[in-house]
Write a new protein. Structure first.
Length: 447
């Protein structure tokens, strides 16, 4: 396996002496020349770093400048990444190592199947994983020539999408197989309600579309050995959660109480994540015997709304705007339950972190949340599968009713311990998903 990734500043700093494997001249359109360097991670993964300082050696993050706006040349930046991936999977590959399968992720690499389709010759099989269908890589028609794509690609069965050039749509059209990051999300995006304008195409490609639930890194997210916690714990030694709750309350200025549950929320503060529902139930939440800790950033109006909630209810609510890795781990461990009221959620990871940390999640039953959280109802308790609380309607009233239901269960120690055990003993690692991907890679390689 080789992992192809732009040589962003952090990678250039981490691997300053990475040797050059190959040099690519002008690959069509306005795609600039670039080099391919090789490095190896501490875990032994081979990285192929696409070096083009004019495109990738920038401050900010891989997609946005310091002003929060998309880089103006993102089409060329990720067009080059896709084009080089296609070269490595074609008979134009200058290296002795030949890709049999190219696994593309999201719109940033979704043009690779298009290049292989339109440029002809022997080619590798392609797999495109959709992590979030809402991000589609939309650009103007003029970018077609800049990307070195032929005129026939501008077609309803190509990259054209309602007068835009869509990286993602082109990849969905031409990839040999498509996966999403959960089985439920694979079904949802084939409906007009959740298909983001691409439902028809996805239904047409339905025979080549499947969902594989993501895993989590169980070494980083391990409550028994987490360096960010004040006291490690596991499923047979849960007392450590109380110490972490106390530490979390102290850090966030919450009242030091063990007789009320503490709800955690770590999220992008967006309507997709359902965070806008919280201000609508502020007074009802404040009237209950509970505490709330929010960590995240996002839409300015939602940042202001959750900050105002904390200011209005000091000692009961807390809001930290931004991101803090240590605090994120402490919230997972110190909270009694975790909120994820997402309107849609392709996979979600925090609910799996929470389950591993004995913090039953309260989620809307969508995407990966529906595939990982089993509602606390009598039949699921009887079968020892219940591990959280699930609601269906994305409304403040339904969210509030589910929080009340969770509070009732929290007051029943036997039920609560069962929920914690069921979540903590399940394998949330990448082992099972990796086996599914390997099976799919083999099928594609032998097609």
């Amino acid at each position: 396996m080789r992992l192809l990734v732009p040589r962003y500043p952090a990678l250039a700093q981490a691997f300053p002496d990475a040797p050059v494997l190959a040099r690519f001249g002008q690959l069509g359109g306005l795609l600039p020349a670039a080099s391919l360097c090789e490095a190896t991670t501490p875990a032994g993964t081979t990285l192929w770093l696409l070096d083009c300082p004019a495109l990738y050696d920038r401050p900010g993050n891989p997609y946005l400048g310091g002003d929060g706006r998309d880089w103006h040349d993102n089409a060329v930046r990720f067009g080059l990444l896709s084009r080089v991936a296609a070269v490595l999977g074609s008979n134009a590959n200058p290296l002795p190592w030949q890709a049999q399968v190219i696994h593309c992720n999201d719109w940033q690499t979704a043009l690779a199947p298009c290049y292989l389709k339109y440029l002809g010759g022997a080619r590798a099989a392609t797999l495109l994983t959709v992590h979030n269908l809402a991000f589609q890589g939309l650009f103007g028609q003029l970018q077609l020539a800049e990307l070195g794509l032929p005129p026939q690609a501008w077609h309803i069965e190509g990259v054209e999408y309602h007068t835009y050039l869509s990286f993602l749509k082109g990849g969905l059209q031409h990839a040999d197989w498509i996966t999403t990051v959960s089985p439920s999300y694979a079904r949802e995006i084939q409906t007009d309600a959740a298909g983001m304008g691409l439902a028809g195409l996805l239904r047409w490609r339905g025979d080549c579309l499947s969902g594989i639930l993501n895993g989590i890194d169980c070494e980083i997210w391990n409550p028994a050995a987490d360096p960010y916690l004040v006291d490690g714990y596991d499923v047979v030694r849960l007392a450590g959660k109380a110490a972490n709750k106390s530490a979390l309350q102290h850090r966030l200025g919450l009242e030091p109480r063990d007789d009320v549950p503490l709800l955690g929320l770590i999220s992008r503060l967006t309507t997709q994540k359902g965070v806008d529902l919280l201000p609508l139930i502020e007074s009802e939440l404040a009237a209950l015997p509970l505490q709330l800790a929010v960590l995240g950033s996002g839409a300015r109006e939602l940042e202001q709304a959750v900050a105002a909630m904390a200011e209005s209810h000091p000692g009961q609510f807390s809001a930290t705007i931004g991101f803090d890795e240590e605090l994120a781990h402490l919230i997972e461990a110190g909270s009694d339950m975790f909120l994820m009221p997402s309107r849609f959620e392709p996979c979600g990871l925090n609910q799996m972190y929470s389950l591993r940390y004995g913090t039953p999640p309260i989620v809307r039953g969508t995407g990966g949340l529906a595939d990982s959280v089993i509602d606390c109802i009598p039949s699921a308790l009887a079968s020892a599968t219940a591990n959280g609380f699930v609601f269906s309607e994305a409304s403040a009233e339904t969210l509030m009713a589910t929080i009340r239901r969770a509070l009732s269960a929290w007051r029943e120690p036997e039920i609560w311990r069962q929920l914690q055990r069921n979540g903590m003993t399940h394998d949330w690692s990448w082992r099972a998903p990796a086996r599914q991907y390997v099976k799919l890679y083999r099928q594609l390689a032998l097609r």
